[in-house]
Design a protein around this ligand. Structure first.
Ligand code: ATR
Length: 290
């Protein structure tokens, strides 16, 4: 990598940021594509988001990613916001424009791209979402946006599931999301579902934990998608596979949220073969051999 006077800078604001894989992904993309852009991380405290965005613009920084805990807070510092990011209420990518930054949510674009690549079609699909945090909320909006037939949204704290359901159903003027307590999973009608696991249950080092342990539940699942990628194969994925379903982890979502941001910043299209090369670099870095 030849850093010179024309090198453009992008970076990640959040706290903590030291363990992020994003620099590896973006700098690998620049290397492969021969684009003069570098990417690093910026630790930004909770009360400094506004100054950070203003300063980034003043320094002619091309774009930023935003991570925990600033994804909502940063919305107040934007010049414009993409409509899907606005509905979701969270922004993870800032793209430079005249007078400021436009905010996008490439987390959800990345999930959608990785699902499409695996042949998962949301249109007309019956979906179960486990969890009702920030990721679940975004996925519920995506399912509605892409025409899912119905979404059972299950959470330990049912009130949070009800809140998401209310918002998504109101925006779509349709009862697409059906909120439920996790404990009531047996009330889901017998059918064949895509199930998206968005809780933190099963995250390393708690590799053997799973939000629903009853093997019978997994008979309902033709495809399981866990947004966790560490461990590479979660307990949830193993249970789905044991009943004959296909199962995916969240590493491709991580890759494609970065690819989508990179494309927006540099006005390029990243091919599947380039993405695959970066995916291999990412897996090697994480010590994954499959
Ligand atoms: P994110 O923004 O990444 O989605 P989050 O907002 O912290 O993360 O949400 C975490 C999700 O994991 C929530 O749905 C949480 O359930 P509650 O809303 O009931 O807290 C879920 N979760 C975390 N630990 C859990 C556990 N031990 N059992 C069941 N659900 C759990």
């Amino acid at each position: 990598m030849n850093i010179n006077a024309k090198t453009r800078l992008c970076g990640l604001i959040g706290n903590p940021v030291e363990h992020s894989c994003s620099p590896l992904i973006h700098n690998s993309l620049s290397e492969i594509l021969g684009i003069n852009m570098v990417y690093t991380t910026f630790k930004v405290e909770k009360d400094s988001v506004k100054e950070a965005v203003k300063g980034a613009y003043a320094l002619n920084i091309l774009g930023m990613n935003v991570t925990v805990p600033h994804k909502q807070e940063v919305i107040g510092s934007l010049k414009e916001i993409d409509p899907l990011a606005k509905s979701i209420g969270a922004v993870n990518t800032l793209v430079r424009m005249d007078g400021g930054y436009k905010g996008y949510n490439t987390d959800i674009l990345g999930l959608y791209r990785s699902m499409t690549e695996e042949g998962i079609v949301l249109s007309g699909e019956k979906v179960i979402i486990l969890g009702a945090g920030g990721a679940s909320r975004a996925i519920a909006f995506l399912c509605a946006d892409k025409g899912a037939e119905c979404v059972y949204l299950l959470n330990r704290t049912v009130e949070k599931a009800k809140e998401i359901a209310m918002e998504v159903n109101r925006e779509n003027d349709k009862e697409i999301i059906i909120p439920m307590a996790i404990a009531d999973y047996k009330n889901i009608p017998g059918d064949s579902y895509l199930c998206i696991q968005t809780t933190s249950v099963g995250l390393h080092p708690n590799d053997e934990d799973v939000v629903i342990g009853d093997e019978a539940f997994y008979e309902l699942i033709h495809t399981g998608y866990d947004i966790i990628y560490n461990p590479y194969e979660t307990k949830f994925m193993k249970l789905v596979q044991a009943k004959g379903g296909r199962a995916f982890n969240g590493l491709k979502m991580l890759l494609y949220q970065a690819v989508a941001a990179y494309e927006l910043w540099n006005d390029v299209e990243v091919s599947k073969s380039t993405s695959d090369r970066v995916f291999d670099i990412l897996k090697k870095e994480m010590g994954i051999n499959d």
